[in-house]
Design a protein around this ligand. Sequence first.
Ligand SMILES: Nc1ncnc2c1ncn2[C@@H]1O[C@H](COP(=O)(O)OP(=O)(O)OP(=O)(O)O)[C@@H](O)[C@H]1O
Length: 277
Amino acid sequence: MSGDPILCVDRLSMRFGGIVAVNDLSFDAERREITALIGPNGAGKTTVFNCITGFYKPTSGAIGLTHDDGRAIRLERLNDFRIAKLAKVARTFQNIRLFPGMTALENLLVAQHNALMRASGLTFLGLIGAPSWHHAEQAAIDLARTWLERIGLLDRADDAAGNLPYGDQRRLEIARAMCTQPALLCLDEPAAGLNARESAALSELLLSIRADQGTSILLIEHDMSVVMEISDHVVVMDHGVKIAEGTPRQIRDDPKVIAAYLGADEEEAIAVMESGT
Ligand SMILES: Nc1ncnc2c1ncn2[C@@H]1O[C@H](COP(=O)(O)OP(=O)(O)OP(=O)(O)O)[C@@H](O)[C@H]1O
């Protein structure tokens, strides 16, 4: 690891009544790297995401995000709207949350709402058709079209998002998050429901986002082939605590991880981990 974390999770805990979903969890996500958060069902991964993105207020602990210019932000003190706007953290969800009746292009324009509202002078400049508004609108369309091209959907820009194949919708969600120009992109199971070809396309997209945009990525994923192929660093959770972290190779060979991942059936676990080689 290069030792330049964009995200520092420090002793994070989240309780729901008697349930301790996350227990004293600490890890860093390095800048311009892909960090995967893995673990069996119910390990607490989505709860960590919900704390980072402001959907939940952690019971205790700190979540620090440091921008490229050194500006440090404490995420646990902000609500979700401010985390998206000020901290530039974008996320996708386990279930697809596109606007299905809007076109693919419109979905990417909605993501740029904040910038467009600013440029429209909170509507007034838009109403009078000020040149600054037209420039901002064109820039938003250009950015949306650039991302549609990146994900191979430019020819379907005017199709309703809900009519696109499932794998395309998954990539459109990532493109929508990228249209907010995030510093940290949090993806919750982006490969869920994808076939092998679509998973490979997803891996390629994420690697290109890291390489071309320099965006830091935090990824929850059950698909080990994706995790092993693209992650720089892997953090493993089980029952709310971190049980291991390291490179994909270190994680794959760690008996604690293998045992936790599929419970007692170690042979089956090894088979799953080896599927990522
Ligand atoms: N809002 C909530 N209220 C009560 N319990 C919750 C809530 N959210 C999560 N939990 C509990 O916290 C624990 C961790 O859940 P979480 O969804 O974070 O796990 P996960 O690792 O993301 O699981 P999966 O891989 O199945 O998505 C579970 O026991 C879950 O039931």
